[in-house]
Design a protein around this ligand. Structure first.
Ligand code: C2E
Ligand code: MG
Ligand code: MG
Length: 747
């Protein structure tokens, strides 16, 4: 279940990653496409700027051509240069109206004949300074092959007399005095005949004009070609201005270096560019961001929801698991939790040297507590007990495995520790519990324990053996803590054998009855007989009722056995009409069947008078179910049957308590009679029992009388009836007939 729940999580994660990857790929593709668009745009712009710069040179050449293909100009510059003319038409005109910064004229020998700078005539000194930058252009222009140079623009000027003259012009961008300039050099030629004819081989004068590419001009120039912010710039400052290429910024500075045709770097022109790719990217980035955020949000939300659901289911499963392992009343681990923990601790025991005690604790007479004080008080007592044990034995794992059953795991180094702890647990349980608003409650418990690995390697063996020890403790009257012993198992094995044999003997009607006389106090007369079950198995030999009656009780066979003995007893007793017959009935019989009805039916069937029957019950009948015991006793008495309390003195009840059950007679247990010889206390006890029963008008019998001393004591103390080997062992019906015959004869 939980593993299945993990996969939706994984699915969502995968989806989220795929979506993010798709977004990244699409975004990345857009980014690459648009930066490519930007790159191409920037390249185009750079080449446009370069072309514009060089076409500016062409424009200036065209502009100056009328000034150098001109009759007057030639006349006033060649031969005898006219300073006034040159100042007016070249200096003033070119600088003021056309904006040239410096204007020079050199003669055929390249000597300066005129200079104009900053609005005034110059003596040519400035030209001398500029000359190195200009000389290569003059050389190119003057070269005999100049007309072949692609740098030189050649125009054939028709002189109108069938002759033409060559006009040459060259222009370039140059760095002069650290300032970028357009430099134009043109030959000054006439445009008509005659004028002083040019001497053969003579070279025409040259006009040299410099046009400064200052910031003002560059701005205007930029605007005219649609590049705002066009300017010369320092390449170093440009780098930082361009910034990171990764950041899509449509407003960037683009630049391109400008070289003269001789390879001199004139400078770097920069301009503000409008990059369409970046603009689009920027326009789209908002959308991308929103789309990305949306997808991421949805993925995140789904993850959170699925995760929360998973966690809730996980928590629910966890809670369920805890609940399934918890006892609802005490909050202790239950059987399931115990099984798991037991397996874990056993694993540890198998690996190490330590021992593990398995203590099975069961309350004695817990049912009585529930019946007398109510279920709620019983529950509270169980809670109080579990709290007390948890506090007193924190090192032990403790589970409630049934109504009043607990199992504790006791880690121990030596086997003795388990025994000591088990006894301590019993003592701790025995301490009274004070429940609010109620009288203190006494709980008594029986404990059985087994030790791993001494008493078994696996859970089943250990639990079974701890339970076996517990049953032994219970059988011995409760309030005991027993460790497992091999003998217990042997007893169980014997029990199984006896059960099978008992079924057989009941089916084959093989049980017999012995009759032991109940004598008058003087020992002279037989007042009655006690019927005692006798069984001799073909294979197992004679088996005592002390052994097989508990087996019959434990297996429910006691019902059939009891009725059989009753029937046989009264059938035989029909032969002795002058005496009564006592039949033992065990607690289990009273619990399992209606003895009143059984007795009525059997005696009716056997034709035996009810008044001659006496039923012997033990205190265990009262312990099992008081109310039922009372109703059964009354029912039997109402039939006319006498009811006596057998084995009186061995239980815990006092006589005043027993009085309410209305027994007709008491039988002092034979253990007291046996001890009369040796124990003054036993004598006092027997005296007290006889005195009290006399005062309560109860008949009293003593069993187990074996010698004259006991007989004398009991007779003198005031017993009504006496039973024991001193008078007679239990006898077969025939032997009893003889015994009774002897009695009659004696009488
Ligand atoms: P119980 O009812 O107290 O029976 C008296 C027991 O004391 C008998 O043992 C009897 O043989 C024994 N006894 C009698 N006189 C003496 C004596 O002087 N010294 C000694 N040491 N013992 C003496 P038994 O027959 O072995 O029966 C033992 C117990 O088995 C009975 O004790 C009774 O509780 C139970 N039992 C016997 N027969 C039946 C039966 O048919 N039904 C039921 N429910 N229990 C029976
Ligand atoms: Mg008896
Ligand atoms: Mg008895």
């Amino acid at each position: 279940m939980l593993t299945a729940l993990k996969s939706p999580n994984r699915l969502v994660l995968t989806l989220a990653v795929l979506t993010a990857a798709m977004l990244a790929i699409v975004g990345g593709s857009f980014y690459l496409a648009y930066t490519e668009v930007d790159r191409v745009t920037a390249e185009r712009q750079a080449s446009t700027v370069q072309k514009a710069v060089s076409s500016q040179s062409r424009r200036l050449e065209r502009e100056l051509r009328p000034e150098t293909i001109w009759q007057d100009a030639y006349t006033n510059t060649a031969g005898h240069p006219n300073g006034d003319w040159m100042r007016e038409f070249y200096g003033e005109y070119l600088s003021r109206l056309l904006g040239y910064a410096e204007i020079y004229v050199v003669d055929g020998e390249d000597k300066p004949v005129f200079g104009f700078e900053d609005g005034k005539t110059d003596d040519g000194r400035q030209f001398a300074l500029d000359a190195p930058e200009v000389s290569d252009m003059i050389t190119a222009l003057r070269s005999p092959f100049g007309s072949l140079s692609p740098l030189v623009n050649v125009t054939d000027v028709d002189l109108g007399n069938g002759h033409t003259i060559q006009h040459r012009s060259i222009a370039d961008v140059r760095l002069i005095d650290g300032k970028p300039v357009n430099l134009v050099v043109q030959t000054i030629v006439p445009d008509s005949e005659p004028t002083p004819a040019l001497p053969a081989g003579a070279r025409p004068p040259l006009l040299i004009a410099m046009f400064e590419l200052d910031a003002n001009y560059m701005g205007r120039f930029g605007r005219s070609i649609g590049f705002p912010g066009l300017q010369w710039t320092d390449p170093a400052s440009l780098k930082s201005a361009t910034g990171s290429a990764l950041a899509p910024s449509p407003q960037r500075q683009q630049s391109t270096p400008v070289y003269s045709f001789v390879g001199q770097k004139v400078g770097v022109i920069a301009w503000d560019v409008d990059l369409p790719g970046s603009r689009m990217l920027q326009a789209m980035s908002g959308g991308f961001a929103i789309a990305g955020a949306l997808v991421a949000g949805i993925a995140l939300l789904t993850i959170v929801l699925v995760r929360r659901q998973t966690l809730q289911m996980h928590d629910a499963a966890k809670r369920e698991a805890v609940l399934a392992r918890t006892d609802f009343l005490t909050g202790l681990p239950n059987r399931l939790a115990f099984n798991e923990e037991f397996a874990r601790q056993l694993d540890r025991v198998r690996e190490g040297e330590d021992l593990l005690g398995v203590v099975s604790l069961d309350l004695d007479r817990f049912k009585t507590l529930n019946d007398t004080m109510g279920q709620q008080a019983g529950d509270r007592a169980l809670v109080a007990l579990s709290e007390r044990l948890s506090t007193e034995f924190p090192e032990c794992f403790m589970a409630r495995t049934g109504g009043d059953e607990f199992i504790l795991l006791v880690p121990c180094g030596v086997a003795d520790h388990a025994a000591v702890t088990a006894n301590r647990m019993r003592a701790v349980t025995d301490q009274p519990f004070v429940l609010p608003g109620r009288p203190p409650v006494m709980l008594n418990c029986s404990i059985g324990f087994a030790i791993a690995p001494l008493h078994g390697a696996d859970e089943q063996d250990l639990l079974r053996r701890a339970d076996l020890a517990l049953h032994s403790a219970k059988k011995d009257g409760g309030g005991r803590a027993y460790g497992f012993e091999a003998l217990m198992e042997a007893r169980v094995a014997r029990g199984l054998v006896l059960e099978a044999a008992l079924r057989k003997v009941l089916a084959t009607d093989g049980l017999e009855v012995a009759f032991q006389p109940l004598m008058s106090a003087d020992g002279q007369n037989v007042l009655g007989v006690e019927a005692l079950a006798r069984w001799t198995d073909a294979e197992l030999g004679p088996i005592s009722p002390v052994e097989f009656i508990p087996v019959a009780e434990a297996t429910g066979l006691i019902v059939e056995l009891g009725e059989t003995i009753l029937r046989k007893a009264v059938r035989a007793a029909r032969a002795w009409p002058e005496i009564g017959v006592s039949v033992n009935v065990s607690a289990q019989q009273i619990q399992l069947v209606d003895m009143v009805e059984t007795v009525r039916r059997v005696l009716a069937e056997e034709g035996f008078p009810l008044s001659r029957l006496e039923i012997e019950l033990t205190e265990s009948v009262l312990v099992a179910d008081e109310a039922r015991a009372v109703s059964q006793i009354r029912g039997l008495q109402n039939l006319g049957v006498k009811v006596s309390l057998d084995d009186f003195g061995t239980g815990y009840a006092n006589l005043l308590y027993l009085r309410q059950f209305g027994f007709d007679k008491l039988k002092i247990d034979r253990n007291f009679v046996r001890d009369l010889d040796t124990s003054v206390e036993a004598q006092a006890m027997v005296m007290a029992m006889i005195t009290m029963s006399n005062s309560l008008d109860l008949g009293i019998t003593a069993e187990g009388v074996e010698n004259l001393e006991q007989f004398d004591f009991l007779r003198l103390a005031g017993c009504d009836r006496l039973q024991g080997f001193y008078f007679s062992r239990p006898l077969s019906a025939d032997d009893l007939n003889r015994f009774l015959g002897g009695q009659r004869k004696a009488a």
